[in-house]
Design a protein around this ligand. Structure first.
Ligand code: AHR
Length: 323
C-alpha cells in the first residue's frame, strides 16, 4: 500500500505539493443534519470474505441511519464505472468504492471530483497519477500478508518446497501485492520455489479447476499450495481429496482471509494456516466518513492490522471468529 502513498506524494510534489489537501477540502461533504446518502460500489460476491464485507458495511449503515445505495459489480470494472456515474447522477454525499482492479479509474474519478463528491476507497487501492482523486484508502497491507504467508511456509517446510500458487483476480491489488510479498519472502530461501502459478479469480470453483490442472501436470512435484484467498484454498482441498492426495499432510496449504470455513478446515487438519485480512469495514468506514464531514484532515492510507492463524490455535479461536 505504501507504493500508492509514495506515488501520490511524487505526483503531489510535481504539481507543487498542494493538490491533495485542496481536493480534500473541496470534497468535504456538508454536515447539514439531513440523512447522509452514501453510494457503495462493491466488487461482487466472489468469496465468503466479500460477503462478510458487504454485510458489515450494510449493517453499519443501517445502524447509523445512513441511506446506503449499494451496487454489486459481478467482478466487472465496467459495471463499477456505471454504478459510480449513477451515484453522481443521484447526487449522493459520499462515494465508496472497493475497486476490482487497480488501473482504469482516472477518468471516472475525475468526473466524481468535478461533481465535488468525496471518494473513499475500501479494501483495494487504485493506481492514479493524481491521488487527490480520492480522500483515503482503508485497507490491509496485501504485500505484508504475502510476506507473512511466505515466512510461515518457509519455516514449516524447512526452507525447501515446490509450491503452486493460486492467484486472485488478475490486475487486482490483492493479487498483485500478495504475489509480490510472497516472492519477496521466499527469496531468502533458495529451496522455496513456485513451480506453477495461475489465477483462480478468488473463487472456490476456479481454485478447484486450477488445482486440478496443477495435479494433472505436476502431481508428484507439488509439496505446498499458496492460495491468495481461503475460497481458492478450499477449492484446492477438494481437488486434492478427489485425486486421493491428503490436503494438510501430503501437501501443505496456506491461504489468506481467515474466514470461518478456513478455521473449520484447519480444525479438520486439511488447511495448515491462513493470514487474516479483516473484511469488517463497516465501523471504520462510517467513522471515517463522520470525520470527513466534521472537516478533519484524514491520512491518505488507513491500515487494517492483520495476523496469521495456524492449526495450533484454530479450535480454540473458531467460536470467537466474527466472519
Ligand atoms: O480484496 C480482498 C480479497 O478479495 C479477499 O482476500 C478475497 O477473498 C476477496 O475476494
Amino acid at each position: 500500500m505504501l507504493r500508492y502513498v509514495i506515488f501520490g506524494m511524487m505526483v503531489g510534489a510535481l504539481l507543487g505539493g498542494a493538490a491533495p489537501a485542496v481536493a480534500q477540502e473541496r470534497a468535504k461533504p456538508q454536515a447539514t443534519g439531513k440523512k447522509l446518502v452514501v453510494g457503495f460500489s462493491q466488487v461482487g460476491a466472489e468469496s465468503a470474505w466479500r460477503t462478510a464485507e458487504t454485510k458489515s458495511i450494510k449493517g453499519e449503515a443501517a445502524k447509523r441511519g445512513v441511506e446506503l445505495k449499494f451496487a454489486i459489480a459481478q467482478q466487472r470494472q465496467g459495471n463499477q464505472i456505471k454504478a459510480v456515474r449513477s451515484f453522481i447522477a443521484q447526487r449522493v454525499d459520499v462515494i465508496v468504492i472497493a475497486p476490482i482492479v487497480e488501473t482504469g479509474w482516472e477518468r471516472v474519478l475525475r468526473e466524481v471530483q468535478r461533481a465535488r463528491i468525496p471518494v473513499i476507497l475500501v479494501d483495494r487501492g487504485v493506481k492514479v497519477r493524481d491521488d487527490s482523486l480520492y480522500v483515503t484508502l482503508i485497507a490491509s497491507d496485501f504485500v505484508e500478508e504475502g510476506r507473512m504467508a511466505a515466512e510461515w511456509l518457509a519455516k514449516k517446510m524447512n526452507g525447501k518446497a515446490n509450491i503452486v500458487e493460486l492467484q486472485g483476480t488478475t490486475g487486482s491489488a490483492p493479487a498483485i501485492d500478495r504475489k509480490k510479498g510472497f516472492e519477496e519472502g521466499i527469496k531468502k530461501h533458495p529451496g522455496m520455489k513456485i513451480i506453477k502459478s495461475q489465477s483462480g479469480d478468488f473463487t472456490r470453483a476456479k481454485g478447484k479447476d486450477v488445482m486440478e490442472a496443477f495435479i494433472k501436470s505436476d502431481r508428484d512435484r507439488i509439496e505446498a499450495v499458496y492460495a491468495h484467498n481461503d475460497d481458492m484454498a478450499l477449492g484446492a482441498i477438494q481437488a486434492l481429496e478427489e485425486a486421493g492426495i491428503k490436503p494438510g499432510k501430503d501437501v501443505i496449504i496456506i491461504s489468506i482471509d481467515a474466514v470461518r470455513a478456513a478455521f473449520e478446515a484447519m480444525v479438520a487438519r486439511k488447511l495448515n494456516a491462513t493470514v487474516e485480512c479483516n473484511p469488517l469495514f463497516g465501523p471504520i468506514l462510517f467513522d471515517t466518513i463522520e470525520k470527513l464531514r466534521a472537516g478533519e484532515k484524514l491520512p491518505k492510507y488507513i491500515k487494517n492490522e492483520d495476523r496469521l492463524f495456524d492449526q495450533s490455535v484454530a479450535a480454540e479461536l473458531i467460536d470467537s471468529r466474527e466472519y
